[in-house]
Design a protein. Sequence first.
Length: 173
Amino acid sequence: MDVGGLHPRKKEAKILGGRTGEASSDTGEPAELRPLTPLIRFYIYALHGCLCEVVFTATCDWCERGDRRLSGHTSLWALPIYGTAILLIERLHLRLSPHYPLLVRLVLYTLLVYLWEFGTGFLLRLAGACPWDYSAFRFNLMGLVTLEYALPWALACLIAEGHIIKNTLRMHL
């Protein structure tokens, strides 16, 4: 197969049988890849948040009650809550990371999470739909947030910034 005189992308396509790993236009020229839209990033972040919640609740049930079924749980309300929260953390990350160290950013992200959890929980409670209640925890505020989860939230924010947000912003379609 002689591909010597072809444009590098066309050469790659010929070798790979038309698959170059990037989009192409109707003319056969490579199409410009675009960053993910906020809606697609919201979707990724929402699914990530719900998956983490299922893993967290399954792990807590295993540690506290020895439940080896690992049947974690969440609520459909978690999808918009996590999707929006991580989009907000993404915006903060883009503004803060050039100027502030990681520890400062994690504190701010965790405060944002607490404000968001309290606010959305308060609105859901008014509608009779709040799926969580932290009243049994010692350091809770109205059963909507609890300080006992500060470290898990900070760890979740660390993972979100260092892996989920960073890699989602790298993706293109």
